[in-house]
Ligand binder design. Structure first.
Ligand code: NAD
Length: 369
């Protein structure tokens, strides 16, 4: 844990180190006895552009194995990252990771419908799991993943990288700490115009449309900014089924979450317009993030007592990708619980299912505690 005081966190000169306090994640690495070895499963865009390069920025994690169905990718990335042939696997051989003591954890970076299968097989092979968002395609799958990891005595963490990103951690601290007064309303919007011909547009592989893929950032932000679980949701969906991209998945969803304290969150999810922002409205002002959850370049503006000013933080020692990888490593090494464990992914999935139900049945859906 960092030792930043509350005054440091809330003061205009607040440093980055303090920003992790409320988020339950230390911005600084601890002195690890050894590095945790990861096998990365699925060598697509996110894995190869963001995850593999960021092992170089980790303090407690190292890349030790690769899993892919494409031999040329195993050859290319194996050579690039110095992974020996003995540590390169195809999907049919995946269960053999059980016999590789260098692999402590598996990072599942596959299309959503494969998350449950590979998480469960990894746990059964005796490995900890970091699984990409959305955790799976249904509540039932999320529950099965949690049960499998629990039975194997292994950690399960979901790839909610923003929880390891300094501006988002500061936003959590400020919002929950009442920096602009008690929160009354949160707005959150995420979307991008999706390109055709990809697995995200095939419900069998994605589990759903924009809501599963990008709207989940609005949902997750509403939950982490308030620190509350919604008690009801209402949603409206708009999809042009004549658009070939949207034969099986939804395009736009607007949803409203009502929280126990009375806070309301108005959220947008879209596959046909660009959004990446949220705003926390308190009784004395607001905290705005735009962009809020990109890979780099977050920007924060605060309006408090009639004064509007940007808020900037120094560059972090570890970026969100390395912070995420090292957090699971630290949990493995210390026996701690991930701040974004499987239960966090399950919580989002329960609400996503309720959002779909609300939109389909055109009614408010209550969420049980
Ligand atoms: P991608 O299409 O670039 O990569 C998917 C990989 O899975 C490809 O290498 C593909 O060959 C492989 N694959 C294996 N079996 C497949 C099958 N049956 N059908 C299709 N592909 C198959 O996708 P991506 O953008 O890398 O997304 C992968 C996962 O990572 C998704 O769950 C996505 O939500 C998540 N993701 C997270 C973030 C983030 O910021 N946290 C960003 C992008 C993607």
């Amino acid at each position: 844990m960092t030792t930043g005081s509350r005054r440091e966190v809330l003061g205009m000169g607040a440093g980055l180190a303090a920003a992790g306090v409320a988020a339950g994640f230390s911005a600084r690495a601890f002195a690890a006895p050894r590095k945790i070895g990861y096998a990365v499963v699925g060598l697509g865009y996110y894995a190869t552009r963001q995850i593999l390069p960021n092992f170089a920025n980790c303090e407690q994690s190292r890349l030790v194995a690769l899993v892919s169905g494409t031999p040329s990718k195993l050859e290319q990335y194996g050579a690039q990252y110095g992974i020996p042939r003995t540590h390169r696997y195809n999907y049919a051989e995946f269960d053999r990771i059980r016999d590789n003591p260098d692999i402590d954890a598996v990072y599942v970076v596959l299309p959503n419908s494969l998350h449950a299968e590979y998480t469960i097989r990894a746990a059964q092979a005796g490995k900890h799991v970091l699984c990409e968002k959305p955790m799976a395609t249904s509540v039932a799958e999320c529950q099965a993943m949690i049960a499998a990891c629990r039975k194997a005595g292994k950690k399960l963490m979901i790839g909610y990288r923003s929880r390891f990103e300094p501006y988002n951690r500061l936003a959590i601290e400020l919002a929950r700490g009442g920096h602009v007064g008690p929160t009354r309303l949160v707005t959150a919007e995420h979307g991008f115009p999706i390109q055709p011909d990809q697995w995200r547009l095939d419900k069998a592989l994605s589990g759903g449309g924009s809501m599963m893929d990008i709207g989940i950032y609005s949902l997750n932000a509403a939950r982490y900014l308030t620190g509350e679980e919604p008690v009801e949701v209402s949603a409206v969906e708009s999809t042009d089924r004549a658009d070939p991209r949207f034969r099986t998945v939804e395009d736009r969803v607007s949803f409203v979450l009502r929280f126990p304290s009375g806070v309301q969150a108005n959220c947008i999810s879209s596959y046909s317009s660009s959004h990446n922002a949220y705003r926390v409205h308190g009784t004395q002002g607001w905290i705005a993030m735009e962009p809020a959850t990109p890979y780099t370049g977050q920007a924060m503006t605060i309006r408090k007592d009639g004064v509007t000013a940007p808020r900037t933080l120094p560059p972090p020692a570890r970026n969100q990708f390395a912070g995420q990888l090292d957090h699971l490593a630290e949990c493995v090494l210390t026996g701690g619980a991930p701040i974004v464990a499987g239960e966090e992914g399950l919580a989002d999935m329960r609400i996503i299912e309720a959002i779909y139900r609300s939109a389909a049945e055109r009614r408010i859906v209550e969420l049980k505690a």
